[in-house]
Write a new protein. Sequence first.
Length: 95
Amino acid sequence: MTYGESGWIVCCPHMPHGSGMIYFFRLAGDTRTCETRLESDGPRFELIITEGRESHVERFDDAMALYDRQAELRRTWSMHGWRTIDPVDEYDEEE
């Protein structure tokens, strides 16, 4: 099963050279995101987790560890009622 088949990919713009992906979630007007990208100054990976106005970065040495953590977040958020949204929906509300 691919990401697309599982329904986890949400209309994510491609970043330069395919270096990242953003997942958007919403629950009762609150938004969470998790963004994956290559570290800007090295060969490692970053997972940027944003909950409301708070963000933190987790760093990984290999893609599989990043994937496992990202899958854990998506699964946990989904189990607690968070649903994926299209990022365009987020921008439309602010306009």
